[in-house]
Design a protein. Structure first.
Length: 280
């Protein structure tokens, strides 16, 4: 299945980003560059990584001028090397200059998320790795796209998704059993209910209450093994909390169904790119 950005969400944000950067009132470009001048350009990777975001870059420039064109030279999700030309640009010089920074910021961010996600997925055998809601405000759709490009999967998009009972819900709602039963009573048998547990006892309550999946949070491998022994494949196990590139391989040796990590989005370093423009 082809992975595409969700432009129904992203497009208004692209317009806002261009507005924030003053792209339609670019004083320098309007003073120096004739409106009739055409230009061509190249997008160059300044460091290695995994490419993500070229469709978004193209849409940035086309918002400024519909005649702008982007020719990808590398597929989304491909590994790129330092100095590699990943795409060619063509269009009115003013549009290419005025959209340059927004386009590069989004490409750098997306590729950074895809790169870190790829590093995590390459260390996990069998299990799937999911993102979380620890995303940049308003840019969740773009960052989730980058996670998919990097080989990861998306957790629920927001709070309106499936029921996910976390520690503060448990604290305020009467504990694991009470919270799971309350959610089931509210939404019925078809609702997907996930509950966060940190101990063998909480896992036992969740099973008894009829949860669909356990989110085992911040458990060391020994504690996780005990919970896996209790569950015995009856429901899925997701583990999260404190997962790093250094320790995830150790966890992946256990029969966990999936991992989730906020690090995919909140800790991804940007991949640097530049745009080189020339008269056409």
């Amino acid at each position: 299945m082809t992975v595409r950005p969700d432009f129904s969400i992203i497009l208004p944000l692209l317009r806002s980003s261009l507005e924030e950067d003053g792209a339609w009132t670019d004083r320098t470009t309007k003073a120096l560059i004739p409106s009739t001048l055409k230009a061509r350009g190249e997008i160059v990777a300044k460091e290695p990584g995994v490419l993500a975001g070229l469709p978004v870059v193209e849409r940035v420039f086309r918002l400024l001028d519909k005649s702008c064109r982007l020719e990808p030279l590398v597929k989304e999700g491909a590994k790129i090397r330092k100095g590699q030309v990943v795409a060619r640009l063509a269009g009115p010089a003013r549009a290419l200059l005025s959209g340059e920074r927004v386009a590069l910021n989004l490409l750098s961010r997306s590729s950074g998320v895809a790169t870190l996600t790829h590093k995590f997925t390459s260390l996990v055998r069998g299990a799937r790795i999911y993102d979380t809601r620890k995303t940049t405000p308003l840019w969740r759709a773009l960052e989730r796209y980058a996670v998919r490009i990097g080989g990861g999967r998306n957790h629920r998009f927001n709070l309106a998704g499936h029921v996910l009972i976390k520690d503060n819900h448990l604290s305020l709602g009467g504990g694991v059993y009470a919270c799971v039963r309350s959610a089931r009573k509210k939404y019925g048998s078809n609702e997907f209910i996930e509950v966060e547990v940190e101990s063998f006892e909480q896992a036992s309550e969740a099973l008894r209450a009829g949860a669909d999946i356990l989110l085992v949070d911040n458990a060391d491998p020994t504690a996780l093994k005990k919970i896996l022994g209790l569950v015995k494949g009856k429901i899925e196990i997701e583990t999260s909390g404190g997962l790093t590139l250094k320790n995830i391989k150790k966890y992946s040796e256990l029969p966990v169904d999936r991992f989730s990590s906020g690090a995919l989005t909140h800790s991804a370093p940007a991949i640097d790119f530049s745009i080189e423009l020339y008269p056409r």
